[in-house]
Design a binder for this molecule. Structure first.
Ligand SMILES: C[S@@+](CC[C@H](N)C(=O)[O-])C[C@H]1O[C@@H](n2cnc3c(N)ncnc32)[C@H](O)[C@@H]1O
Length: 184
C-alpha cells in the first residue's frame, strides 16, 4: 500500500523538497520509502522503544531520528520543505494535542511547503483494533478548518473506505498579500 498508493499520491500532490520532516515513523516502514526520495529526512518519534532502534538502524544514512514529542520538537522554525504524518494523528491523546501538532508543523515549515498525511476513519472495525490503545480519530470534514487555524491554506482531503489522506500548504507571500488588508 505504501509503495503502490501512498508514494505515487505524495508525488502527485507536490514536491517534498530537500529537507523533509516525518512525524511518528514508528518502526520506520514509511521512513524507508521516504528517505530514498529526499536528500535529508528528520524522523521525530515519541516512543523511545521505537525511536532508538530506528536511530541505530539508520545510523550513517540521510535520516536523523529524534526521540521527542513532535508537538514541541525544539527544531528550527521555517526549516523544512515538507512534513508528513502517516497513521499517527489518531494516536494523540486529545484533539487539542492534534491541534498543537498542526501549529508546531506550521512553525517548522518554510513558506509554500506542504504537509501531507493519512489517518484512520472512525469505524467500529478500526476502534476494535485499538481496544488497549489510544484512538482519537480526526474527522476528515473538520480537518481543513483545523489546519487553517494553524496557518495552512489550500487543504485537500480525500476520504477512502478506511482512511483519509490530506495535503495542505503553508502560505507564500502571495497568500499573505491577499490575507492582510492593505498589503501589496
Ligand atoms: C501507528 S504508528 C505509525 C507508524 C508509521 N508512520 C506508519 O505509517 O507505518 C504512529 C506513531 O506515532 C507516534 N507518535 C504518537 N504521538 C506522537 C508525538 N506526539 N510525537 C511523535 N510521535 C508520536 C507513535 O509513538 C507511533 O510510533
Amino acid at each position: 500500500m505504501l509503495q503502490k498508493d501512498l508514494l505515487p499520491w505524495i508525488e502527485s500532490v507536490g514536491d517534498l523538497g530537500d529537507d523533509v520532516l516525518e512525524i511518528g515513523p514508528g518502526p520506520g516502514l514509511t521512513t524507508d520509502l521516504l528517505r530514498r526520495r529526499v536528500s535529508h529526512l528528520t524522523a521525530v518519534e515519541l516512543d523511545a522503544t521505537l525511536a532508538h532502534p530506528l536511530r541505530e538502524r539508520l545510523g550513517g544514512t540521510n535520516v536523523d531520528v529524534i526521540c521527542t514529542d513532535a508537538t514541541r520538537s525544539g527544531l528550527d522554525a521555517n526549516r523544512f520543505s515538507a512534513a508528513t504524518c502517516f497513521s499517527m494523528l489518531h494516536h494523540m491523546p486529545t484533539p487539542a494535542d492534534q491541534d498543537a501538532l498542526f501549529t508546531e508543523v506550521s512553525r517548522l515549515l518554510r513558506p509554500g511547503a506542504i504537509f501531507v498525511g493519512t489517518d484512520s476513519i472512525d469505524l467500529d472495525v478500526i476502534r476494535a483494533g485499538h481496544v488497549d490503545d489510544v484512538f482519537v480519530p480526526v474527522g476528515p470534514d473538520t480537518l481543513a478548518d483545523r489546519l487553517a487555524a494553524a496557518g495552512f491554506v489550500d487543504t485537500q482531503v480525500d476520504v477512502g473506505d478506511y482512511q483519509f489522506r490530506f495535503v495542505a500548504r503553508m502560505p507564500t507571500g502571495d497568500h499573505l498579500a491577499f490575507a492582510v488588508p492593505g498589503a501589496e
